[in-house]
Design a protein around this ligand. Structure first.
Ligand code: TYD
Length: 350
């Protein structure tokens, strides 16, 4: 066991974000967990403390507003809570934003991870789990899959910043013999996701009767992982993983953006009774994203054999749950997001 998964005191960075909050909700559902989860989050644009309203009164949960780059804050947290592990979710994650403004990605993803690793170097009894992405491996053609041994070939400032942080994690593990683990997940989706990512953007655009923006031809392929399955995978790694190991976490379905959008439209129409053809007529083709990776696919055999984890949600189950959630929680409106994307490609967005 990498950390005491019953009584451990775990710092979750970026715990108010989409994946971090899913992880916190997942752990706090476990009645045999009597440890502490400390959520360190800066509450930047994509985060929302409402993501955690269901757990805010749980005695096993604490919230600290702050930056992972603040050395002294990390020391204070440790002094107060005696950490056993860090699960590092905090990151800037949106490719389009990284194309427009890479700097914050360097600052948060690379320097932030570096500060956390320095902190762990000073307190080597703390286990460090780093959440990474399959995007560090670059783009696949029609065939092939990413394994844990695939070479790094990041194509966007976002994936390059994640690749750099992965290398720091590996090097600190090797050089200072720290207890580190790292996981690369495929595209996550589910409730509470900020509507700049494909699935929530499309659901909210259906709800708000807006256009449905597809970059390029829509033939780019992604592998989709339901966020609760991802949370379980991370928990299982902490429980059964080995120090310094890397695990790829893949979802249950691989499909093109256009096929995915048609599935969303079809589920949405079925659930709401809206006209499917009218929804489909709103698909709008935009100029392609620069450096747009064609395909991501994950070989999940290592985590399946060594940890005993497999994604549980089919796309059908996951999408239905997600659409139903957005229908009753429309608090994160797309606003002018679609407009923002259009301006971005016209070079005018800030
Ligand atoms: P995204 O959710 O941004 O995740 P990532 O770029 O990390 O895979 O995008 C998923 C796919 O959907 C990607 O191929 C880009 C495409 N996409 C669109 O076609 N239209 C959109 O409005 C967005 C946000 C993404």
């Amino acid at each position: 066991m990498l950390v005491d998964i019953e009584k451990g005191h775990l710092l979750v960075t970026g715990g108010a974000g989409f994946m971090g909050s899913a992880f916190i909700r997942f752990v706090l559902q476990k009645t045999n967990f009597s440890g502490l989860l400390i959520n360190l989050d800066l509450l930047t644009y994509a985060e929302n403390i409402e993501n955690l309203s269901s757990v805010q009164n749980d005695p096993r949960y604490r919230f600290v507003k702050g930056n992972i780059n603040e050395k002294e804050l990390l020391e204070q947290i440790h002094k107060e809570f005696h950490l056993d592990g860090i699960i590092h979710f905090a990151a800037e994650t949106h490719v389009d934003r990284s194309i427009k403004n890479p700097e914050i990605f360097i600052h948060t993803n690379i320097l932030g991870t570096y500060q956390l690793l320095e902190f762990v170097r000073a307190h080597p009894s703390i286990h460090f789990h780093h959440i990474s992405t399959d995007e560090v491996y670059g783009s696949l053609k029609e065939e092939g899959v990413f394994t844990e041994k695939s070479p790094y070939a990041p194509n966007s400032p976002y994936s390059a910043s994640k690749a750099a942080s992965d290398h720091l994690v590996r090097s600190f593990g090797e050089t200072y013999d720290l207890s580190t683990t790292l996981s690369h997940a495929s595209n996550n989706y589910g409730p509470y996701q900020f509507p700049e990512k494909f699935i929530p953007l499309m659901i909210l655009s259906c709800m708000e009767e807006k256009s449905l923006p597809i970059y390029g031809t829509g033939k780019n392929i992604r592998n989709w992982l339901y966020v609760e399955d991802h949370a379980e995978a991370i928990w299982n790694i902490l429980e059964r993983g080995k120090k310094k190991e890397v695990y790829n976490i893949g979802g249950t379905s691989e499909l093109s953006n256009l096929d995915l959008l048609h599935s969303i439209i079809s589920f949405y129409a079925k659930i709401t009774g809206k006209n499917q053809e009218e929804l489909a007529s709103r698909i709008t083709y935009l100029p392609d994203r620069p450096g747009h990776d064609f395909r991501y696919a994950i070989d999940g055999s290592k985590i399946s054999h060594e940890i005993g984890w497999k994604a549980k949600h089919s796309l059908l189950e996951g999408l239905s749950k997600t659409i139903e959630w957005y229908l009753i929680h429309p608090y994160k409106k797309t606003g002018d997001y679609v407009k923002w994307i259009e301006l971005q490609y016209a070079g005018e967005a800030t």
